[in-house]
Design a protein around this ligand. Structure first.
Ligand code: AMP
Ligand code: ZN
Length: 145
């Protein structure tokens, strides 16, 4: 049975595995045993950084829970350093799963995107629910766990 998020790509073909292995250069900002972080070469803002678990997995559904503490620690360190180095007042932590959500590299990674007041970036397009729709959808999500 194929589990969503299970690795299906040979790691030798994965661009982020190749960066982790040192086969492809990157603008590294942080490294520890579990995580590598480097600048995104197509930044949404200067300092946009990718935080990448060194061990290959495709997306969040395949990410082992025991690796979460190291990952969270790295997000905090890198987020704080990016904010300071760029003079930003805040940052987003963003993570895309599956092509429908814009995932283009199928090695799990988190985006750290620095933000400043009035920078004009707009990531939040909010809608509304119809009568009863919110409770119905909440129940539908809850019953699938
Ligand atoms: P996602 O759309 O969440 O899969 O994000 C993939 C990101 O990886 C994009 O923002 C790309 O600009 C970035 N990217 C792809 N190849 C490289 C690379 N060799 N070095 C740095 N960033 C990269
Ligand atoms: Zn990989």
């Amino acid at each position: 049975m194929h589990v969503k998020g299970e690795s299906s790509m040979a790691e030798s073909e994965c661009i982020f595995c190749r960066i982790v292995n040192g086969e492809i250069p990157c603008a590294k900002v942080y490294e520890d045993d579990a995580v590598l972080a480097f600048l995104d070469l197509g930044p949404m803002a200067k300092g946009h950084t990718l935080v990448v678990p060194k061990r290959h997995c495709e997306n969040l559904l395949a990410f082992p829970e025991e690796e979460a503490p190291a990952l969270i620690a790295a997000l905090k360190k890198v987020g704080n350093a990016v904010m300071q180095a760029t003079g930003a007042g805040g940052f987003h932590v963003l993570q895309n799963n599956f092509p429908a959500a814009g995932q283009t590299v199928f090695h799990l990674h988190w985006h750290i995107i620095p933000r400043s007041e009035g920078d004009g970036m707009s990531l939040w397009a909010q809608g509304t629910y119809g009568e009863g729709e919110m409770a119905e959808l909440a129940a539908s999500i809850a019953e699938r766990m």
